[in-house]
Design a protein around this ligand. Structure first.
Ligand SMILES: [Zn+2]
Length: 265
């Protein structure tokens, strides 16, 4: 079977093992069902912006055309650095968008993907965020009424906790062992300045996440569809936004948002 269309990042559901669907055109592929199967990915050079649909030669920030990259609220620098968000002051690329995505409850969390890290995301989608990062366990440490405040908490904690994932370690399952998230939460609580401590949560529910992976690559090689537009391999796992193949190749699906692909399975 062959399906063609512009892809978007995979949708995920937290179940006993994460369930992944790949949106492609107006269809969706159940990726879990393809584990153990050979699939072919083919890119013929067409990229459409994930915001406006316009054809673009180059994709910026995982799927935007250049004008959208410069003007879309989804591509604002505050997406990557929440402390820069100014929506609470009435300043945004798009205030209507900001009401839904910035001026809404956010969480600060600790998660283990490769090592321990701190992060920020909207309260309505934290499990999606954790799955996208390939976290295996995670814990919310603070709740804030809007995005910038969560960013301020993260900034205070960045001196003591990493804010990046080592994606190679995450994919090869080289995970720092023995991290006690509850203990780390109390450490974080003690580090926070007085005015931010009011946002700490009392709920200490730990979330554990398992991914559909039968074999982890040890020497990771990246599929680059811009350089090598066709790839065929046997799917042996899905973790974060990555597809893992038996021959040690991996592809970051999110990076190819807006790419028009032919997928044969
Ligand atoms: Zn665009």
């Amino acid at each position: 079977m062959k399906i063609s269309g512009n892809i978007l990042k995979m949708k995920s559901e937290l179940e006993d093992v994460v369930h992944y669907e790949l949106p492609i055109g107006d269809q969706s592929i159940n990726m879990n069902a393809l584990l153990g199967e050979h699939i072919t990915l083919q890119f013929e050079g067409q990229i459409n912006c994930i915001k406006c649909g316009r054809r673009t030669k180059t994709s910026f920030q995982q799927g935007f055309c250049f004008p959208c990259f410069q003007s879309a609220p989804e591509a604002d620098p505050a997406i990557i650095r929440p402390e820069l968000d100014q929506a609470h002051l009435g300043i945004s690329r798009d205030m209507e968008w900001a009401k839904k995505y910035s001026l809404t409850e956010h969480v600060v969390y600790l998660a283990v993907s490769s090592g321990l890290k701190v992060g920020v995301t909207r309260a309505s989608q934290y499990t999606t965020r954790w799955i996208d990062q390939g976290a295996i366990h995670a814990l919310i440490i603070a709740h804030t009424p809007y995005r910038q405040l969560a960013g301020l908490i993260e900034v205070e904690l960045k001196d003591h906790f990493a804010d990046k994932t080592n994606w190679r370690h995450m994919l090869s399952n080289q995970i720092v062992e023995g991290i006690d998230l509850l203990q780390e939460k109390s450490k974080a609580a003690n580090l926070l300045s007085n005015d931010l401590q009011q946002y700490l949560t009392e709920d200490n529910t730990l979330t554990r996440i398992s991914y559909p992976v039968s074999q982890y690559p040890q020497k990771i090689k990246s599929i680059n569809l811009d350089k090598n537009p066709a790839y065929k391999g046997k799917l042996c796992g899905i973790k974060g936004q990555y597809l893992l193949f038996e021959d040690q190749y991996v592809i970051n699906v999110r990076k190819y948002g807006g790419y028009f692909l032919n997928i044969e399975m």
